[in-house]
Design a protein around this ligand. Structure first.
Ligand SMILES: Nc1ncnc2c1ncn2[C@@H]1O[C@H](COP(=O)(O)OP(=O)(O)OP(=O)(O)O)[C@@H](O)[C@H]1O
Ligand SMILES: Nc1ncnc2c1ncn2[C@@H]1O[C@H](COP(=O)(O)OP(=O)(O)OP(=O)(O)O)[C@@H](O)[C@H]1O
Ligand SMILES: [Mg+2]
Ligand SMILES: [Mg+2]
Lengths: 226, 226
């Protein structure tokens, strides 16, 4: 499980100061799917980055299980992320010079694991891109790039998957397929999913929904929204 | 008005060949709002790029008014775009080293026009970012970056606005504000809008909706969808 304990994240000083997170305390249970919603600029991506150790809070603490992330140095955080976490970035962050197949196998390579070509091909097939393995990101549409990013985040079978608007570039039907994939990961494999979305249909797949506004948790809904 | 006359756009050869557009013939009327929907990878962005002269079709012709875009060289196409067209890219394409304000005034600068600071500030205020004029794209959230891209495309008061999923990174309320802005541009200023979207709520703002699948026009709906 993940726990936020009075976390703030502040940028700049004086007049230009921006409080992306403003005293967030929040438990995110393991083995369940939590959705995070809120207006543009309300701190959703910042929350996800702090939860995954990609960004350090200005004050407060983030716990992954019993571990306080502040106790880890950069190298330990990177190792922890490679072993236990998966991340789908809002802007995909694919490597332009690598093919779709190479992008998907990158987390395995970085973690020093064996790369099973069959497994990588299956991951691409699961997101509907079996025939695009050899294409680079620039040769793929926006939604196809997003699906490569999703396959890359799932390839290491992470305990916790963080996904920042993972269906933002997808049509309704493709989005449903991806959301069904995540639902199976939670229900039959016991994974934890933390998903930022502004799409109520996507949020309806989650077990609970947290609402942010101006960097604060303003509401929480449990049980299916649908 | 814009007209597609049996336009195809093909990438690669042999086994790796991809037909992004496959014989598209389509009138897009002036002074109205046309939405384009379709599955991920169906050719929506490619259609928009060909319509705006950012990409050349493999076969067939694209007309802007009475002009066949094939008759223009690169320099003439660039001039035409700067004077008459606005484009909101699916991946925003903001310049990372420029502030939000500088990004918005860039099209004016490129077209050799006078830059009125007040007008640029107003454009940012219209999209809810008056207080972020001095921030660079990396300091803005995904939705904020998208709104800067929208303000940039509107600043030159273009005859035709092409927008590739302009509300893809926005929450419902912010999206409605932006869509209302475009509706006003069409209704009271007589502009033409061509918008790619996979969001039925966004498509309901349009006057008609064209559906693509595998690079072909498969359906068209006229009148409000709502
Ligand atoms: N340079 C390229 N080389 C090969 N294929 C390409 C290239 N650019 C685009 N394509 C392919 O052309 C097809 C249409 O792409 P396009 O970007 O127009 O799709 P789209 O409808 O906008 O999809 P999305 O909703 O995912 O953004 C896709 O299958 C895409 O992979
Ligand atoms: N480096 C930075 N400097 C200043 N402000 C920043 C920086 N990075 C993020 N911010 C601000 O922090 C706030 C929260 O950003 P965040 O990316 O978490 O929003 P978000 O909820 O994900 O929004 P969206 O739905 O638009 O993606 C925003 O106002 C953003 O502009
Ligand atoms: Mg975000
Ligand atoms: Mg596209």
């Amino acid at each position: 499980a993940i726990r936020f304990d009075d976390v703030s994240r502040v940028y700049g000083r004086g007049r230009k100061q921006v409080r992306a997170l403003d005293g967030v305390s929040l438990p995110i249970p393991a083995g369940r799917w939590t959705a995070i919603m809120g207006p543009s600029g309300s701190g959703k991506s910042t929350l996800l980055h702090c939860a995954a150790g990609l960004d350090r809070p200005t004050s407060g603490r983030v716990f992954l299980g019993d571990d306080d992330l502040a106790a880890f140095n950069e190298t330990q955080l990177t190792k922890l992320r490679r072993k236990r976490l998966g991340f789908v970035f809002q802007s995909f962050n694919l490597i332009g010079s690598l093919t779709a197949e190479q992008n998907v196998s990158l987390p395995l390579r970085l973690d020093g694991r064996h790369i099973d070509r069959e497994e990588v091909r299956d991951a691409l097939a699961t997101v509907g891109l079996a025939d695009r393995a050899k294409h680079r990101p620039a040769q793929l549409s926006g939604g196809q790039q997003q699906r490569v990013a999703i396959a890359r985040a799932l390839i290491t079978r992470p305990e916790v998957l963080f996904a920042d608007e993972p269906t933002g570039a997808l049509d309704l039907r493709t989005a449903r397929e991806i959301l069904g994939l995540l639902r199976t990961a939670v229900d039959s494999l016991g994974r934890t999913v933390v998903m930022v979305t502004h799409d109520p249909a996507a949020a309806s797949y989650a077990d609970s929904v947290v609402f942010l506004a101006d960097g604060r948790v303003v509401d929480q809904l449990d049980g299916a929204l649908a």
